[in-house]
Design a protein around this ligand. Structure first.
Ligand code: GLU
Length: 478
């Protein structure tokens, strides 16, 4: 679960208006008539609900939403968040980002998002279960959930446990529906989930930023060397996305110099041992006072410290007109959805900072959700059919080569070469390939559109092109 709370909204427009502004900026570089553009931008269905749940000896009226932004491809797809900041505008913005995100990574879904306006920390697991199950049955009643209709997933404040309550509620209301498991993704592996989904968004952030850092020409422009190794990184948010992103950077030679959470942040220019920090936070309840690190009681000051790469991986609007000028990073990777306001984009863009946009960079979650959905529809674990076959093939190739050359590989080399793909291997490689190829699609669009255009705008043009073509091909009803 992600746990950083966001600072006061500093923009003069809402989150959804901010997304629309970015869309408009990009749509000028596309060929679609204004009607198609309006249709792409609009939220198709907005379901706002209130329902009662007994909490202790009181009845609480729960406010919740599900927004389906686009039906150009079905099912719709997107997470469900539990947060006191949930409101219709936020869910609309997040649903629309899902449409563009899916288009960018070639995941054949329309965008959606759900939200329940609660602070999940205030409820017992039993109460959360009641709130979640009732939400799921409200979605069933209105036909807002189903393997071919709309498929929720985890988001801020939710995880595999909530998804498992949702699938159980759905299946019990739809007896005999053979594909019921595909009504939601991000489930525990024992309940039809796929291996690798938990860390998918963070791993995607790592693969994406690594690819950005692998383009020598672009690194030269900002005065950085190629590759992740030795890069100084600050991560905001140690929830599911932030923790796993930090972990993959750390495990692959990145230097984590700063970490920020809602209680404050810590910084050490020589690097922090991520696992020790996590243990420290577990035992003391706070990041603060980690040996050798400087404390920042005001968490957002951590983001302003010296580093090469900054990963905001918590909530929206954390970098805005009031703090953007003080950010020192040369690359900002948006692990969260909407962490930079359009004002921040402008200020940082002028400074030449590379902003790797959310709708690309955090698409690892929905990409692996797509794999989970495919697994559920095919009713078979990835690798089940071919793992042994590949191992047998590899063994006979190796034996032949050894026979022909008269040389033998070591036991470690042998087991590495023979290894046939497990589910998690296939999920990781599918995700890696998606993140690499999608990055180059965006980069090509960036070069095509020309000077002065930022990566977010380029990513939007890629998304608009794909969704626009789908609408054209669908035809518009008279
Ligand atoms: N909540 C995640 C996101 O914002 C994942 C959505 C999904 O897997 O459907 O992308």
């Amino acid at each position: 679960m992600d746990t950083v709370t966001k600072p006061a909204q500093a923009a003069h427009y809402s989150f959804f208006q901010g997304v629309e502004r970015n869309f408009d900026k990009a749509s000028k570089f596309t060929r679609f008539e204004s009607g198609i553009l309006e249709q792409i931008k609009a939220c198709n269905s907005v379901y706002s609900m209130k329902y009662p749940v007994r909490i202790g000896d009181k009845i609480e009226v729960i406010e919740a939403y599900r927004v389906q932004h686009s039906h150009h491809k079905l099912p719709c797809k997107g997470g469900i968040r539990y947060s006191m900041d949930v409101n219709q505008d936020e869910v609309m913005a997040l649903a629309s980002l899902m449409t563009y995100k899916c288009a960018i990574v070639n995941v054949p879904f329309g965008g959606a998002k759900g939200g329940i306006k609660i602070n999940p920390k205030k409820y017992t697991p039993f109460e959360l279960e009641k709130i979640t199950r009732r939400y799921a049955s409200e979605l069933v009643k209105k036909n807002f959930i189903g393997p071919g209709i709309d498929v929720p997933a985890p988001d801020y404040g939710t995880g595999a446990r909530e998804m498992s309550w949702i699938v159980d509620t759905y299946a019990s209301l739809k007896p005999g529906e053979v594909d019921a498991l595909a009504c939601v993704t991000g489930k525990p592996v024992t309940q039809g989930g796929v291996r690798g989904r938990t860390e998918a968004t963070g791993l995607g952030v790592y693969y994406g930023v690594r690819e950005v850092c692998n383009v020598a020409e672009d690194m030269k422009k900002i005065g950085l060397s190629v590759g992740i190794e030795g890069k100084k990184i600050i991560v905001q948010g140690l929830g599911n996305v932030g923790f796993h992103a930090a972990k993959f950077f750390y495990d692959n030679g990145g230097i984590i110099v700063g970490l920020a959470e809602y209680e404050g942040g810590i910084y050490n220019e020589k690097g922090l041992n991520l696992y020790d920090v996590v243990d420290h936070r577990k035992s003391t309840g706070s990041l603060l006072n980690f040996p050798g690190a400087t404390n920042f009681k005001n968490s957002s000051e951590t983001l302003e410290q010296a580093c090469d790469i900054l990963i905001p991986a918590a909530l929206e609007n954390v970098i805005n007109g009031s703090n953007a000028a003080r950010i020192q990073a040369k690359i900002i990777g948006e692990g969260a959805n909407g962490p930079l306001t359009p004002d921040a984009d402008e200020i940082l863009g002028k400074k030449g900072v590379i902003i790797v946009p959310d709708m690309y960079l955090n698409a690892g979650g929905v990409t692996v959700s797509y794999f989970e959905w495919l697994k559920n529809l095919s009713h078979v674990r990835f690798g089940r059919m071919d793992k042994r076959f590949s191992e047998n093939q590899n063994t006979s190739i190796l034996n032949t080569v050894e026979g022909l050359t008269g040389k033998r590989v070591t036991d470690t080399e042998r087991s590495l070469i023979m290894h046939g793909p497990d589910e998690v291997d296939l999920v990781y490689s599918g995700l890696e390939d998606t993140m690499i190829s999608s990055y180059h699609e965006i980069r090509e669009a960036l070069l095509r559109v020309g000077n002065g255009v930022d990566m977010r705008t380029a990513a939007f043009t890629v998304a608009i092109d794909k969704v626009g073509v789908a609408y054209e091909e669908l035809g518009i009803f008279p």
